[in-house]
Design a protein around this ligand. Structure first.
Ligand code: KG4
Ligand code: ZN
Length: 327
């Protein structure tokens, strides 16, 4: 079953064709990073206007690349939320237009659920096995989710303030390392030593996270000229975030007796985080391919396949849902 996936929740316009929820036939992403870099962050109105320009060419490219005609597409999966309202609208309305004109069933996908499914299309040695614990770390979320089956989610922990990716972005801004912050911090860290003692928020007795304290600590050090070496500061920051994420994820996995841990979301592209989780966990850990960690439509199509299989068809009544929750 070939599914066309469409993703426009934030600043990437993406389309992909995925077969049977596991095989990527095409995966096109048109990034707006350069457009927003000059503002130091995403400007929602600029993002939606760019999606309008990019969406049709990106879908056509994905179809051509997959060597697929419209008659071969058996379902359309589109991100319905969470995300920027104006951006989501472009994807959802384009998906509806194709659905009605080509008579193809439509399903709306939760963006975070999509991130989880990046693990089904990655070249891993094993496939995900339930029950599993997913750590979803992106620009907007840091969630620990217990997944007992396809479509079955229980929120175990979440951030109480900043998301992990948001913390990376803000730290990079404080250190003047540019945007987007995650890759910039990772790169700077490669030539730094984690020599600065930054605070870790454990919020003991819960699986919740908090990353605003460490961000403020970094800001105070920068304001009082105590940061002599940006690379060392970046390395210290990255190490502190990874330590908290990995320790709390492993503890939660033990508490809930899962078989596996899976990593998902843009921050899952962070190499030291990936390596540390794999190294420290006694349970098997699955991490998506780096290119499938950040926003893409292949993960949305993969998730869509399992939704169609479960009979979850939304049709034209599908609406955007900027604050959509996973569980
Ligand atoms: O999942 P994503 O592409 O978009 C959202 O759904 O938010 O995640 C984007 C976030 C950004 O905050 C970005 O700085 C972070 O993922 N990120 C990284 C890395 N690559 C992207 N954070 C740490 N290390 C990376 N290598
Ligand atoms: Zn995302």
């Amino acid at each position: 079953m070939k599914i066309l996936g469409i993703e426009t929740s934030c600043d990437e316009t993406a389309a992909a064709v995925v077969e049977d929820g596991t095989r990527i036939l095409s995966n096109e992403v048109s990034s707006q990073v350069e457009l927003h870099a000059r503002y130091g962050g995403i400007v929602p109105e600029v993002a939606s206007r760019q999606h309008i320009l990019a969406i049709i060419p990106v879908i056509e490219k994905a179809m051509t690349e997959a060597k697929t005609g419209w008659n071969d597409i058996e379902g359309i999966a589109v991100t319905a939320g969470p995300g920027l309202a104006g951006s989501l609208l472009i994807g959802v309305n384009t998906a509806k237009a194709i659905s009605i004109s080509r008579n193809i069933p439509l399903t709306g996908v939760n963006h975070l659920e999509g991130h989880i499914y990046a693990n089904w299309i990655s070249q891993n040695s094993t496939t995900p096995e339930f029950p599993l614990l997913a750590l979803i770390v992106s620009g907007g979320h840091s969630d620990l989710v217990l997944m007992k089956d396809h479509g079955n989610y229980e929120l175990i922990g979440r951030t109480r303030d900043d998301a992990a990716g948001e913390a990376f972005d803000k730290a990079a801004r404080i250190l003047g390392l540019g945007y987007p912050g995650g890759p910039a911090i990772q790169k700077a860290s490669e030539s730094g030593i984690p020599s600065i003692d930054l605070p870790r928020s454990w919020i003991r007795g819960t699986s919740d996270f908090s990353f605003s304290g460490i961000k403020t600590a970094l800001l105070r050090l920068e304001e009082s000229n105590q940061i002599k070496n940006k690379q060392d500061a970046a390395a210290s920051f990255q190490e502190a975030i990874a330590e908290v994420l990995v320790t709390k994820t492993i503890n939660a996995a033990e508490d809930h007796g899962v078989k596996q841990i899976i990593l998902a979301g843009g921050v899952a592209a962070n190499r030291p985080l990936r390596e540390r989780l794999v190294r420290e966990s006694i349970l098997p850990v699955l991490v998506p391919e780096i290119r499938l960690c950040t926003d893409n439509a292949a993960m949305i199509a993969a998730c869509g396949f399992f939704r169609f299989k479960a009979g979850k068809i939304d049709g034209l009544s599908l609406d955007v849902s900027p604050g959509l929750k996973l569980a």
